[in-house]
Design a binder for this molecule. Sequence first.
Ligand code: AMP
Length: 143
Amino acid sequence: MTAAYDPQNIFAKILRGEIPAHRVYEDAHTLAFMDVMPQGEGHTLVIPKAPARGLLDASPESLAAVAATVQRVARAVKTAFAADGLTVFQYNEPAGGQTVFHLHVHILPRFDGVALGRHTGGMADGAVLADHAARVRAALDAG
Ligand code: AMP
């Protein structure tokens, strides 16, 4: 049986403004921010505001809002980093590779011939993440 949603998870704390994040986009139903341990330059996460552990317990309405934001932010990320392509993925439960138990979708700009970095590797420099977030926000504003 799947565990219950824990409102003390780190993304719930980001949503409540209890801990900081390099935010790039927000609307009534979703939030997007930079991943602090990026698997590559421009690694961005999209989460619903409604509590859900993962894909299986989210409402269809929340998933639809997440999908729309993923597309919007993915376009901006691709532009901001002049990427050749994008990898978009989402993990469910520890067996599926999930480490933070609030539904999130990963968006990673990809470059021809460059391998994907390690999942939850090193912490990125805060100033670099702030710069990357500003680049994505600028691409969103321009789009
Ligand atoms: P997952 O394995 O899909 O649950 O991945 C969780 C992701 O959240 C990882 O890529 C982490 O680097 C990222 N992460 C963990 N804590 C934070 C945080 N405070 N702010 C932004 N990203 C985070």
